[in-house]
Design a protein around this ligand. Structure first.
Ligand code: KIV
Length: 272
């Protein structure tokens, strides 16, 4: 676990089996990263930013340039948390070599600690290629939003065959050298069994409290993203209501010519 306010930035070596639970949140911008940094072990610049910030329907159109720009912004706002940046759809699936070129751009142009990519057995060779060449990788198994066109957004592992497949994915990702893995949208029993079986920390989202850490999309947790609310999200604040109230109060003041008030204006010095 992290010590809020500690000065040294955490690296991937902080994430060890048995040393959690790890606090993980998404961050996309400098000001939000500054607010979250003292409380988080890991800040993820997730490709969910496509839906949350850009109003896209899926994460698929998110580009490498978007991830690099937001990754660099989050790095500028942090000094404590380990920052991990998502590899967007199309930037790594084609070949390990392409994945390395793009991961290297993410690491060098943002200064982040690691990349995250979605996939299990089919991505193991790529994860190994990256991790043996100095690119720390966080895996992402279970529900994989970049596979929405193939699998939809549905809980994984409800039947034995599917659970066996996700378990195999977890083993392959760990064997390939990932320092941790996100488990998204699985049954609780499956995420718990995988957490017990793999030698690296698991970070759950819509999975199980037994995982070695938890991650949430910060805008969901803060009640800022209201387009939809996944079942597993707990809202710790209602910031969208606070923003609406503040904007309405400002609009009332402007229309009533009450803003700027005398305390916000500079008058010329009185002539003597
Ligand atoms: O893109 C993202 O924010 C993620 C988390 C939800 C794990 O992958």
């Amino acid at each position: 676990m992290s010590v809020p306010g500690s000065e040294r930035r955490l690296t991937v070596r902080h994430f060890r089996k048995g040393s959690g639970p790890y606090v993980c949140l998404t961050a996309y911008t400098t000001p939000m990263a500054r607010l979250l940094d003292p409380h988080a072990d890991l800040l993820l610049v997730g490709d969910s930013l496509g839906m949350v910030l850009y109003g896209l329907e899926t994460t698929l159109p998110v580009t490498l340039e978007m991830m690099i720009a937001h990754g660099a912004a989050v790095m500028r706002g942090t000094r404590h948390a380990c920052v991990v940046v998502d590899m967007p759809f199309g930037s790594y699936q084609e070949s390990p070599q392409l994945a390395f070129r793009n991961a290297a751009r993410i690491l060098t142009e943002t200064g982040c600690a690691a990349v995250k990519l979605e996939g299990g057995v089919e991505m193991a060779e790529t994860i190994r290629f990256l991790t043996t060449r100095g690119v720390p990788v966080c895996g992402h198994i279970g529900l994989m939003p970049q596979a929405v066109n193939a699998s939809g957004y549905r809980t994984q592992g409800r039947d034995d065959a599917e659970a066996a497949g996700v378990t195999e994915d977890a083993g392959a990702v760990a064997d390939a050298g990932a320092f941790a893995m996100v488990i998204e949208g699985t049954t609780r029993s499956l995420a718990t069994a995988i957490t017990r079986a793999v030698p690296v920390p698991t970070i759950g989202i819509g999975a199980a409290p037994e995982c070695d850490g938890q991650v949430l999309v910060s805008d969901d947790m803060l009640g800022l993203f209201t387009a939809f609310r996944p079942r597993f999200v707990k809202r710790y604040a209602d910031l969208s209501a606070a923003v609406s109230q503040a904007a309405a109060a400002y609009a009332d003041d402007v229309r009533a010519r009450k803003f700027p008030g005398p305390e916000h204006c500079v008058d010329p010095p009185a002539k003597t």
